[in-house]
Design a protein around this ligand. Structure first.
Ligand code: FAD
Length: 414
């Protein structure tokens, strides 16, 4: 694969850019692979990448029913942070955040990681207590966050009205190395690196069945024929229950629509990410100048990939109180994705009742930030049968009552 560099760009500029090669291939499926990953979202592609990079397993196919990165990975608002409460969460999310720091260099692909800082606003007494507790927990976990007072909130984000009539800003949880990255680029960068290692990324290839023999996985049925494999990773987010059913087991997952919107582009006015969990909205400004705004999930299960209109109204109404200057902005577009939510708001990275089948799902409204860490851990789990990062996230924890409760950190999207 041709390396991207300033020198390569200059060289190609001199010869009308005819020397670039395809970023990833468009192969026909083979009859058999060592490992098949279902789902070419960020988590599926990162899993494949680390199987190759960390364990030398490259006879791998990633099967995608649509186009790569076309699921939630290409639909999210790209917030990256690791300020969770519980130790297992802090471990995997901080691993992930740290991998984002060097992702562009590791993949030789600019993912535009922007550690601009993430601020979670406290607008009730309850939130003050909750976020101070999280800041203390993060200090013990080695995750850099701190509690800040209203005056510093105003200094960091001058466009904010901290004296709102209903919910004045009482402080916030600040993670200076949190931020954003370009979501498509994360999927494309991993796809390019996987393809370079000889893996097959097969788009327009829907998995319709899972085949087993004596409790072991033997392969999958797809819209492009049957394919055999030794190990199978299900990494399909909102479609996790559906695909698990194909292998004959159930998952404690609810699938709901989550949506976001962007405003028309405006001049730079906000260089951090702000989340306001009490009023339920969050906002950042994209490099193009659009205000990127997100809210909560639909209150009922569905697979529409659209979201309902009343949520947009609620989200914007909530944010206008804290950011009065957005009141006159026009909305440019709105979209939705189907997220996979568990009862304790923590993910599932687990072996399953079928030998050789592994599942990675339940990232709900906040899995973009976890892509590299999840891929790293899932690859270890699939290659070695265990990973210190996934131990607590197994699917049977619900039966044992051993929840990893992140309802404060993840109760609001993201
Ligand atoms: C509006 C919105 C905003 C969000 N904001 C944030 C945020 O700010 N920060 C954050 O951290 N997270 C956020 N998230 C959550 C984040 O997007 C997801 O957790 C993450 O992208 C999940 O990645 P994935 O690879 O698991 O799933 P996906 O990207 O959804 O990939 C799964 C893939 O599996 C494919 N698939 C499904 N069934 C089959 C089948 N039978 N055969 C083959 N392929 C199949 C799908 O087509 C899809 O491409 C947001 C989500 C949404 C919808």
């Amino acid at each position: 694969m041709k390396r991207y560099s300033a020198f390569a760009i200059a060289k190609e500029a001199l010869r009308q850019h005819v020397g670039w090669t395809r970023a990833w291939g468009n192969p026909e499926p083979k009859k058999r692979y060592d490992v098949i990953i279902i789902g070419a979202g960020g988590h599926g592609l990162a899993t494949a990448y680390f199987l190759g990079k960390n364990f030398g397993i490259t006879n791998v196919a990633v099967l995608e029913k649509g186009w790569l990165g076309g699921g939630n990975t290409g639909r999210n608002t790209t917030i990256i942070r690791s300020n969770y409460l519980q130790d297992p969460s802090a471990a995997i999310y901080e691993k992930s955040r740290s991998l984002y720091e060097t992702m562009s260099q590791d993949l030789n692909y600019n993912v535009m990681f922007s550690p601009r800082g993430v601020l979670m606003l406290a607008q009730t007494q309850h939130e003050i207590r909750g976020y101070k507790r999280t800041a203390h927990a993060n200090a013990l976990q080695g995750v850099e966050t701190r509690w800040i007072e209203p005056a510093e909130v105003k200094e960091i984000c001058p466009i904010m009205n901290i004296d709102g009539p209903r919910y004045p800003v009482l402080g916030g949880l600040w993670q200076a190395r949190g931020g954003t990255a370009r979501h498509d680029a994360v999927a494309w960068g991993y796809a390019r690196a996987c393809s370079d290692m000889g893996m097959d990324i097969i788009q327009q290839c829907e998995v319709t069945g899972v085949t087993t023999s004596a409790g072991n996985v033997t392969g999958v049925n797809t819209t492009r024929g049957d394919i055999a494999c030794d190990k199978l990773g299900m990494v399909v987010a909102g479609h996790a229950s559906h695909v698990a059913n194909m292998a004959g087991f159930q998952l404690p997952i609810e699938s709901v629509a989550l949506q976001a919107l962007v405003s028309e582009p405006i001049k730079p006015c906000m260089d951090i990410v702000v989340m306001a969990n009490t009023v339920h909205g969050y906002m950042s400004q994209s490099d193009k100048g659009e205000m990127v705004i997100g809210g909560g999930t639909d209150g009922y299960n569905n697979y529409t990939q659209r979201g309902s209109f009343h949520h947009i109204e609620e989200t914007v109404r909530a944010l206008v109180e804290t950011f009065p200057m957005i009141a006159r902005l026009k909305m440019l577009r709105q979209w939705g994705g189907i997220v996979d939510v568990t009862g304790d708001r923590s993910p599932i990275l687990s072996k399953t009742p079928v030998e050789g089948v592994f599942v990675n799902c339940g990232w709900g409204t906040g899995g973009f930030k976890a892509i590299p860490g999840s891929g790293w851990a899932m690859a270890e789990l699939m290659a070695k049968g265990h990973s210190p990062l996934t131990e607590e996230f197994d699917m049977n924890r619900f039966g044992r009552g051993k929840f990893i409760d992140e309802s404060v950190a993840a109760g609001v999207a993201h």
